[in-house]
Write a protein that binds this ligand. Structure first.
Ligand SMILES: NC(=O)c1ccc[n+]([C@@H]2O[C@H](COP(=O)([O-])OP(=O)(O)OC[C@H]3O[C@@H](n4cnc5c(N)ncnc54)[C@H](O)[C@@H]3O)[C@@H](O)[C@H]2O)c1
Length: 432
C-alpha cells in the first residue's frame, strides 16, 4: 500500500518504519527540516532500540523516504496517517492545533480518495472535527479513521510489529476494509483487529493509559502506607499481583510516572469529561498522587541529611522517564533535580541515553558524568531515578570507594534491602 505518515516523532517514525518493513511504500513527512535531514542521512533523531537498523534497511530498499514536502507525501499515498503531537494545553486539554493544521493541509492538496487516519492520541469527537475541516477544503472523496497507537517507548518496534490488539474506529466500511488489510500482517499471531465507531476507538486509548496510570499511582500510595507501617511493598505487590483478576504488571512503586503520554492523557481525559459536566474524580486523584510521588525521594534525602542539603553532592543515576529511551518529557528526574538544587545540593548526573536531552533542560546547573561510576565521585548520596539495566548489578565495592558516604536512595526498588545492609550501605527505597 502507499502510505504517508505526517509527523515523524516517536510514533510516526516507528509506524512508518514498521509499515515499510511489511512491504508498504511509506513517505514520512515532518515539518522540522533538521529532523528530516538527519533521517535522510540515515541517522535517527531519537533513541529507540532497533529503530535505526529498521530505518536503514527500509531506506536502502527504497520503501521508506523522508521529506518536509507534505503535498508530495499526500498525493503519492492512499492512506495518510496523522501522527503529530497533542501536547497538554493550558487548561489541561489536548492541544489539537497540530492535528487540525495537518488535516487542513492534507485536504488542500488531495488528488483523489484518501483514508485519513488519526494516529495521534486525540479526545473523543476529534474524528468528527477532522472530517469537518477536511470537508470544507476539498471536493475529493475521503474517509476519516481513528487508529490509536498503544506502543511503549523502549519496546516500540516489538509492540508495533506484534500488537496486543489493533483498534480501528471507522464509520465507513471501505476505509475499515483498507485498514484491516493493512494491519493483517501484524496480527498473524491471533491478536484481534477491533473495528468500532470513532468515539469508542478514541476513548479506548485514553481508558488504557488512564488505567495504567491509576495502577501506578495506587501502588505508590500503597508503598507510602508500607513506609508508615513497616510493611514491605515487594511482598504486598507479589501477593496482590498473583491474583489473576489484578495481574502483576504495572504494580511497581517508584518516583511517579512521566513521559509524553500518561500525564497528558490523564489530564486530557479529566478535561474532556468535565467539558461534558462529568467530574472524573479518580483521575484527578491519580494525577495528584503522581505529583506528590515525584517529591517522595527528595523528602527522604532531605530528612536523612537532617533537613539541609547545603554543601551536599547528590549523584543521580537515570534521567529519562523510563529505561531504553532518551525521552525526558515529564520525567520525574526533572522535579527531583530541580528540588535538590533548590535545597542547595550539587547534582552529578548520568543517564545512558538522555544526557544530550538533559543538557538542554538543566544546562550548567548540574554536572554530567561520562560514565555511571563517574557520577559518584565525592558524592554524599546516590539517588537511582530510572531503572536502567546497567544500574541493576553494579560493583558495590567500587561505588563505596568513590562516594564520600555510602548512602543510596533507590527510587525504583532495584536493589535487595538485606544485601545493601550487608554491603555496608545506608539504604532507602520506596515502601520497604
Ligand atoms: N510517544 C509515545 O510513546 C506514544 C504512544 C502512543 C501514542 N502517542 C501519541 O502519538 C502522538 C505523537 O507522539 P510522539 O511522541 O510521536 O510526538 P513527537 O513530538 O515525538 O513527534 C511529533 C512530530 O510531529 C511533527 N509535526 C508537528 N506538526 C507538524 C506538521 N504540521 N507537519 C508535519 N509534522 C509536524 C513534529 O515536528 C514532531 O517531529 C501524540 O498524540 C501522542 O500522545 C505517543
Amino acid at each position: 500500500m502507499k502510505i504517508a505518515v505526517i509527523g515523524t516523532g516517536y510514533v510516526g517514525l516507528v509506524a512508518g518504519a514498521c509499515f515499510a518493513e511489511n512491504g508498504n511504500d511509506v513517505i514520512c513527512v515532518d515539518k522540522d527540516p533538521a529532523k528530516v535531514r538527519t533521517l535522510q542521512r540515515g541517522r535517527i533523531p531519537i533513541y529507540e532500540p532497533g529503530l535505526e537498523e529498521l530505518v536503514r534497511r527500509n531506506r536502502a530498499e527504497k520503501r521508506l523516504t523522508f521529506t518536509t514536502n507534505l503535498p508530495r507525501g499526500v498525493r503519492a499515498s492512499q492512506i495518510v496517517f496523522i501522527a503529530v503531537g497533542t501536547p497538554t494545553g493550558e487548561d489541561g486539554s489536548a492541544d489539537l492545533r497540530h492535528v487540525m493544521d495537518v488535516a487542513r493541509e492534507i485536504a488542500r492538496v488531495m488528488n483523489g480518495y484518501k483514508v485519513i487516519v488519526d494516529k495521534s492520541t486525540v479526545p473523543v469527537g476529534t474524528a468528527d472535527k477532522v472530517r469537518e475541516v477536511i470537508r470544507k477544503e476539498t471536493s475529493h472523496p475521503f474517509s476519516v479513521v481513528s487508529n490509536p497507537e498503544f506502543l511503549k517507548q523502549g519496546a516500540a518496534i516489538d509492540d508495533f510489529m506484534k500488537p496486543d490488539r489493533v483498534v480501528i474506529g471507522a464509520e465507513d466500511p471501505r476505509a475499515a476494509e483498507i485498514m484491516v488489510k493493512l494491519h493483517q500482517p501484524f496480527t498473524r499471531t491471533g491478536a484481534p483487529i477491533m473495528v468500532m465507531d470513532c468515539p469508542s476507538a478514541e476513548l479506548s486509548k485514553y481508558a488504557s493509559n488512564a488505567i495504567l496510570a491509576t495502577k501506578i499511582s495506587f501502588m505508590n500510595e500503597i508503598a507510602n502506607v508500607c513506609d508508615l507501617f513497616g510493611a514491605d511493598v515487594d511482598r504486598v505487590r507479589q501477593a496482590v499481583g498473583s491474583d489473576k483478576r489484578i495481574g502483576s504488571s504495572f504494580l511497581f512503586p517508584g518516583v511517579g510516572y512521566g513521559g509524553s503520554c500518561f500525564p497528558k492523557d490523564v489530564k486530557a481525559l479529566t478535561k474532556f469529561s468535565s467539558d461534558k459536566k462529568y467530574d472524573f474524580k479518580i483521575l484527578k486523584a491519580v494525577d495528584q498522587v503522581n505529583e506528590y510521588q515525584k517529591r517522595v525521594l527528595v523528602k527522604k534525602i532531605e530528612s536523612h541529611f537532617g533537613g539541609s542539603l547545603k554543601g551536599k553532592t547528590i549523584a543521580i543515576w537515570g534521567l529519562a522517564f523510563k529505561p531504553k529511551t532518551d525521552d525526558m518529557r515529564e520525567a520525574p528526574a526533572i522535579p527531583i533535580v530541580e528540588a535538590l538544587l533548590a535545597k542547595g545540593a550539587k547534582v552529578q548526573a548520568y543517564d545512558p541515553e538522555a544526557m544530550k536531552v538533559a543538557k538542554g533542560i538543566f544546562g550548567s546547573k548540574i554536572t554530567y558524568a561520562a560514565k555511571n561510576y563517574d557520577a559518584l565521585k565525592g558524592a554524599d548520596a546516590l539517588a537511582v531515578v530510572t531503572e536502567w539495566q546497567e544500574f541493576r548489578e553494579p560493583d558495590f565495592a567500587r561505588i563505596k570507594k568513590m562516594m564520600r558516604s555510602p548512602v543510596i536512595f533507590d527510587g525504583r526498588n532495584i536493589y535487595q534491602r538485606d544485601s545493601m545492609k550487608t554491603l555496608g550501605f545506608t539504604y532507602f527505597s520506596i515502601g520497604r
